[in-house]
Design a protein around this ligand. Structure first.
Ligand code: ZN
Length: 80
């Protein structure tokens, strides 16, 4: 017979992080807003890393070339 740990009544939903009563996890439906917030919260480090990588990239010679090229292509298509 193992030790029984007391179980909290509420569990965070693994999808959206909302507090869901243990007994009603089956009925829980994730709401879009909190779900997105929670996912962004979980991804915040990745998002910050991507943002700084992107701005570092756009600051580099190849990044500036890409921007120039994209702009040039956009104008070229617009003229046709
Ligand atoms: Zn949920």
């Amino acid at each position: 017979m193992g030790i029984r740990f007391p179980q909290p009544r509420y569990m965070p939903c693994s999808e959206c992080g909302a507090a869901v009563e243990r007994a009603s996890t089956e009925q829980h439906v994730c709401e879009r807003g909190p779900l997105l917030d929670y996912q962004m919260f979980q991804l915040r480090d990745d998002v910050a890393a991507v943002e700084s990588e992107l701005s570092a990239y756009l600051d580099s010679p190849s990044g500036r070339f890409e921007l120039w090229w994209a702009e040039r292509e956009r104008r070229r298509r617009g003229d046709e």
